[in-house]
Design a protein around this ligand. Sequence first.
Ligand SMILES: [Zn+2]
Length: 235
Amino acid sequence: MRTCTSPAVPANDALTPFPLPQQSRGCGVVGRIDLGFPALGEAAGEPCWHIATSSWSTANSISEALGGTARPFGRLPGLEVQVVTEAASLSVLLEGPDSVSFRMARRGGRGVAHTCDGQRFLEPAGLTGTACGCPPTLTARRAAALRGLGPKPDIELVFLLHAAPELGLFRLNTSSWDFAGDSLRALEVLRQVPSPVLCRLGIEVVEFSSPDGVEVSYRRPMLVVAGSAVPPGEE
Ligand SMILES: [Zn+2]
């Protein structure tokens, strides 16, 4: 886990499904990235990353690196500017295993009822380190969560933009089951190879027909390890 004392970006807001461990929050983070959330009745448009930040100069630098234009943004406190980039796939740099904060969490009547790493409790404090009873595979955990019996992924990814590492760290929060698999695979690599590690952060459009014939489409973040990184800025 990262440790720091002066978070630059608020981490706990309406778009974060569960609060993350305090240690992981905000260390030099200058912006937050997401898939884009169209307003009610607004078409989703082409997939592209949205990046919110507190600084117009950072936003303009993001625009120069990734395309798109900066615009005022009022949905999250402390993040007054947003860039709707022209990029659906980003080259990013991960600085070791601390770049991925993976946990599973389920809300109860009085907040988070079950927080674990998939095998052992992280919370509540009295149970920390003891076996939590979650199934060993993500598929089985997903089935349990669908039945309301288990926690869901709660993942934070912190990374540098390969095209502009000087801007600082950016953060992605997601509860995507697909991304959970991606992030666990990335963690395995990050634990074994020198940092930074070059990865591709993409947006996958998933489309399928449900068993009762309903056409379903959703977007999910995707993380693929590309290999040992070219030094930042030498792309
Ligand atoms: Zn568990």
